[in-house]
Design a protein around this ligand. Structure first.
Ligand SMILES: [Zn+2]
Length: 260
């Protein structure tokens, strides 16, 4: 059984202040260690539950969030940002995927650092008129190659969002957002024990898991916060069309198109 773990940063254990996620902050090295420990815990649970191969990749920046020297040596790590490597990585044939360190979509009440793709520039992201966040985007990509989501860890709001993408997704809330930039934490060691035990349970239920299937073609819309952000995105992706001062749109003919 092959499992892929996709790691984001905002929803990891032990981090309750936005400042700890800033790359230049004093706290950042420890934040990266915490991410790596969550990753190791999830992988250990997957192996315990019967996985024979566990791979991991970084959704956040793809650079230095995962401390590869601390990583469980059994994990096969794919460098680079998952939004750029997804197609190649997912071609590896995974029976199930975990998302660890997840956060809720932009505009979610009590979502710790709730955002979609780009905190500053993106206001909302829609697929066929329905708002989606990063958990949804990952579910669509994985679902496109027949890989179901099995486990999502993150803040409480992310765990509320996750079940939209599968009936038997295990969730682990490691914190609760009290403001956008502040969360109350579950004690870190306790959170990690739960991540491991939930990973065991998640892989044991793999036979019941269904990949999330997006009906294609689908209409993708990004609403930006300013018109110049809109222009920047248009310059990067020629498939997009401007539909309003702060809104671009396109038709997705394959799941990879949702990574605008
Ligand atoms: Zn994210």
């Amino acid at each position: 059984m092959n499992i892929l773990i996709i790691a984001d940063l905002e929803g990891i254990s032990g981090v309750g202040r936005a400042g700890e996620l800033v790359g230049s902050s004093e706290a950042f090295p420890q934040t990266c260690e915490r991410l790596t420990k969550d990753l190791n815990g999830a992988a250990d649970g997957a192996f315990e539950g019967g996985a024979t191969r566990v791979a991991a990749c970084d959704w956040h920046t793809g650079e230095r969030d995962v401390r590869t020297e601390m990583l469980d040596s059994r994990i096969e790590f794919h460098p680079g940002r998952f939004s750029e490597t997804a197609r190649t990585v997912l071609s590896g044939g995974y029976d199930g995927a975990f998302v660890i360190g997840a956060h809720a979509m932009a505009g979610t009440v009590h979502g710790f650092i709730a955002h979609t793709r780009n905190v500053r520039e993106w206001h909302d992201f829609y697929i066929d008129g329905k708002r989606h966040g990063e958990i949804g985007i990952i579910a669509v990509l994985a679902g496109g190659v027949g890989t179901p989501l099995l486990l999502v860890t993150g803040d409480e709001a992310a765990c509320t969002e996750a079940p939209r993408y599968g009936d038997c997704i295990e969730t682990v809330a490691v914190k609760r957002g009290v403001r956008w930039d502040h969360a109350e934490l579950v004690p870190e060691d306790e959170a990690r024990v739960t991540i491991r035990s939930s990973a065991i349970r998640a892989v044991s239920r793999i036979d019941m898991a269904q990949p999330y299937a997006l009906q294609l073609p689908a209409k993708i819309t990004v609403e930006l916060n300013r018109s110049d952000y809109c222009e920047k995105l248009l310059a990067r992706n020629p498939k997009l069309e401007r539909v309003a001062a702060r809104e671009v749109s396109m038709t997705a003919h394959e799941v990879w198109d949702i990574l605008v």
